[in-house]
Design a protein around this ligand. Sequence first.
Ligand code: SF4
Length: 359
Amino acid sequence: MKYYLWTIGCQYNEWDSARLGYLLQKLGLIESKQEDADIIIVLACSVRQTAIDRIFGKIKSWPDKKVLISGCVLEKDRAKFAAKNIEIFESGDIKHLFEILSEHFDNRFEHFKLSEFYSLLSEQNTQSMYIPITIGCNNFCSYCAVPYTRGREKSRAMDEVVNDAKTLIKKGQKEIMLLGQNVNSYNAGRNESGIINGGKTKSDFALLLEKLNDLPGDFKISFTSNHPKDMTDDIIEAVARLPKVIKQIHLPLQSGSDKILKAMNRPYTKKQYLDIVNKIKTAEVPIKITTDVIVGFPGETEKDFQETVEVFKKVGYSIAYVNKYSPRAGTAAHKLGDPIAWSEKKRRWKILDEIANKK
Ligand code: SF4
């Protein structure tokens, strides 16, 4: 039996895709091109409508295949997939995947027990550079579907993360990347002496970086993504001080205009953002700054855009991921429509891309 995995979107989906691929191969399935596959699994992304539309377009060319969807899928799209007889499973819900596979594909999975599925997955967790530390998000940026598709933020226990890192390092992994929609709000609910949740002296994320840095071995630590509102001084200080932490911080700006930031439900101002940048730039050692930005958000005037240009010139990003706004049904910003022409979004995109990426 052959399978094809189609992965769209962020590192989280890549991580899920790697573990699913590993699981399927251990079960005896063979990876193939999509035209030869018996089963197609799509790790979907709902950040843009176009990605979901592409999946619907492709499904028509797979009438004889078993198609499963996982990843980020909005409620309204779930109903549409279900109407086409396509099953959706949560990537963490391995029991459901086990049931689907057992139900649809002869007897080959019958001798497997659910516990064996789990042990194969924990074995796979040692194959990738990624270590998820949080999943979901509480921030509800008005343009983003993640809180609806991945749910509220949950953090993994610190010991569990450290154990994953130990295993990766033992296997010779040279870089481990901590993953989450908002890693710097990582909250392990610690209850260690002197550091008690609610009255803590150091952010959980800074402490996690320290614990990982203290592990013996020749490896580096990176992390993504962050929210400016949770970028505390101790995290910046930890990045600068800890030798195994890569000297780079991803600090998504999204817009340089306070008016647009408010409409995006991003709870910081241009000044507060630049204050954080200043702390990073004046740290003990040089730290690169990278960012994400959206151009053409509804209501973004030329004046608003020029404020973003100003921030770009001031910060001097190492890399900037510039995105042209596209509305997502189900998000708060959807009701604002999409009044800015695509050609204008392209013009703004080009200006920022040239400042940041074509130096
Ligand atoms: S911080 Fe905002 S953009 Fe990032 S995942 Fe959460 S809601 Fe989406």
